[in-house]
Design a protein around this ligand. Sequence first.
Ligand SMILES: Nc1nc2c(ncn2[C@@H]2O[C@H](COP(=O)(O)OP(=O)(O)OP(=O)(O)O)[C@@H](O)[C@H]2O)c(=O)[nH]1
Ligand SMILES: [Mg+2]
Length: 239
Amino acid sequence: MANESFGNEGGTGSRNSRNTNFTSSVDLSTSLDSSVQTRIFKIIVIGDSNVGKTCLTFRFTGGSFPEKTEATIGVDFREKAVEIEGEKIKVQVWDTAGQERFRKSMVEHYYRNVHAVVFVYDVTKMASFQNLKTWIQECNGHRVSPTVPRVLVGNKCDLVSHIQVPSNTALKFADAHNMLLFETSAKDPKESQNVDSIFMCLACRLKAQKSLLYRDVEREDGRVRLSQETDVNKSNCPC
Ligand SMILES: Nc1nc2c(ncn2[C@@H]2O[C@H](COP(=O)(O)OP(=O)(O)OP(=O)(O)O)[C@@H](O)[C@H]2O)c(=O)[nH]1
Ligand SMILES: [Mg+2]
């Protein structure tokens, strides 16, 4: 069962890839934990090194900002149990490496049977935004269906005086690629709910599928600007 290879349900479950024997893990294509009939959604987080992928995934699964991070090597798995409209779901987040040398042997694994993709850039680093095209190309090049939901995340919004990527520019890009846009900060505790919303939004979309195995996602275009508070606990679906 897939969940045995990953972190603790509901916790941060972080397992540094340095210690992860990836090849020994069980069938990652499984999207049902048969013992408890819990659906598992595999969401990968992609983007340049240093944009904050690890911090965002840590914020979502662990509820805090890590004091210190190191460049991710290979992949770190984190998992969180959520409940959407009465259904218990495991969101399995794959925190990928941004540095080419730490990811090249893993890329195939990232994209295999992925259910949703989170593209991250750093709002204070224009190059990380410009490189999104390359990340999207990589994703498309790995036979990820266009029906797999994707979202765009501009991180580090707390660094207000250093912002290089205007919101309008990011919105246009998101629109052009049929993605929702989230501008947020993994660091700012006030943004915690918005970070949750990124993953909850995807989980809601995936839940709406009749069957993940058939990947019959109905495309839903649009975007979300999360400058205002979104209460995921109340609505459970921020989009
Ligand atoms: N100010 C600020 N700093 C952040 C934020 N998110 C991450 N950082 C910092 O950015 C640096 C990189 O964060 P990581 O999460 O390790 O970046 P990454 O994208 O996982 O990098 P790779 O693993 O190399 O791909 C760290 O020093 C974090 O503390 C944020 O929202 N605001
Ligand atoms: Mg990382």
